[in-house]
Design a protein around this ligand. Sequence first.
Ligand code: FE2
Length: 206
Amino acid sequence: MEKTLNFSEPFLNAEYVSDIENYPIQDKTIVINLDSQKVEIEDFQLQPMKSALFSNSIITKAKSLILITVSEEDFLGQKIQIDEEIIKYSWHHVFDFFNLPHLKNTPLWLSEKETIGTMELNLWYAPKGTHCGLHNNHPFRELHTQIIGVGSMQKFHENNPKTLYQEVMMSPGYTHDPFYSNGGKYPWHQYYAETDCIWLAIEMHE
Ligand SMILES: [Fe+2]
């Protein structure tokens, strides 16, 4: 099965594929493994809930993948193609969804959501230098995959930017390890956009 995801945009193609065999990839593609089994791509084993960047490759067999392509010059965020139209008509400002005072003036936008099984996914966009906001509570488990630009997932001892203690650098095709504990507890954390960035949020609702 192949399906174009509803946050696919002219500058970013996002497909969901399931139950594929000997599936060819040509253009540079971020492959995200949503299954609980690893996936073989050429000589690489893509672990569950991890992602990697491939081109000119064959995916031997996979149950549940997201494939995202953007143009070559977009990958490092040098020429993000998000224009006024997309922000105005298709994506939403974060404050429209999360009515928190500190987000009102944060330049942070989110795309439509897509549901795959018990997961909900959407894209986020923030320009260079954006602190996306410290928080430590989620009613779900979350992971993020970097799509465009370079960002950083940051952890803090307290709800205070000065208490930063870990930064996980995110480059295109990278999914960070879980920040949540086995019991679903989170440290204070935030996403920081080192450059203009687009990333995928994966929420696991189960
Ligand atoms: Fe979070």
